[in-house]
Design a protein around this ligand. Structure first.
Ligand code: CA
Ligand code: CA
Length: 248
């Protein structure tokens, strides 16, 4: 007859298995993103995104439509994950030297994983982080990239680890980037509905006062930025190829 401790062990194992299944099943699939037939030009001009599905990010109390809000496009193909963002921000402030990180200033921050099953409580080897800011210490746009717990890498505007660009429009700036599959740590995007998880946040500050950040900065995000990597929402990669209409 099985001893009581063995039954307890079995019960605990069973509960762990159930919890694992539960955790996997609970991954929220936030949206489906299109597969691009033609790769976008990474130049900060978002014209080619006009017919692609987008979504908006706004502050919980939308008192400042033009300071801060954003329109976002996400897409993929066999080679890259693509992101384009039109940010409404009245004043660009980010005095950071990119080598020290672009934190606490105007920025678009994308956290992404192509290895959801390996994600953990803390940001780790399965996760990537991209910061793109419209300005930095030398007045130029800047981009940094982080792989898991490794150090920050400054991505050069031309010839860097991946292409990125910042442009401007009447009421703010644009961001465009293409992140190669290989930089996400996989050979190819896995099929299925939970192959990419992400968290996108856009931060706004409008004065360079060092004491201003904590009390007055504004943030908009695709999901709760405090969620653990293993809780980030998933993107379903549509297998349909998006063919945009030719201009007549
Ligand atoms: Ca473009
Ligand atoms: Ca700003």
């Amino acid at each position: 007859m099985m001893q009581k401790t063995q039954w307890t062990k079995l019960l605990v194992l069973g509960m762990c298995a159930a919890f694992t299944l539960q955790a996997k099943a609970d991954r929220f699939i936030e949206r489906e993103i299109p597969q691009m037939k033609t790769a976008p030009s990474i130049d900060g001009d978002l014209t080619e995104w006009a017919d692609v599905a987008s979504f908006k990010l706004v502050a919980p109390s939308w008192m400042h439509k033009y300071d801060l809000s954003a329109k976002v496009w996400l897409a993929w193909d066999a080679d890259n994950f693509y992101m384009a963002v039109k940010v409404y921000d009245e004043k660009f402030v980010n005095d950071n030297n990119p080598e020290s990180g672009l934190y606490a200033g105007d920025q678009v921050r994308l956290r992404i994983s192509a290895q959801p099953e390996a994600q953990d409580v803390n940001f780790g080897a399965a996760d990537r982080e991209v910061f793109i800011s419209p300005t930095s210490a030398n007045g130029q746009p800047a981009c940094t990239f982080k792989v898991g717990a490794e150090g920050l890498e400054v991505v050069a505007a031309e010839g860097g680890a991946f292409p990125w660009a910042v442009g401007t429009h009447d009421r703010g700036y644009t961001v465009e980037c293409a992140i190669p599959v290989s930089l996400l740590g996989v050979d190819q995007f896995a099929k299925g509905s939970e192959n990419i998880t992400y968290s996108l946040a856009i931060y706004d500050r409008d004065t360079p006062d060092a004491n201003e950040w904590k009390t007055t900065h504004t943030r908009i995000s695709s999901s709760n930025v405090k969620k653990q990597p293993r809780e980030w929402p998933a993107l379903r990669l549509s297998e349909n190829v998006l063919i945009l209409k030719e201009d007549n």
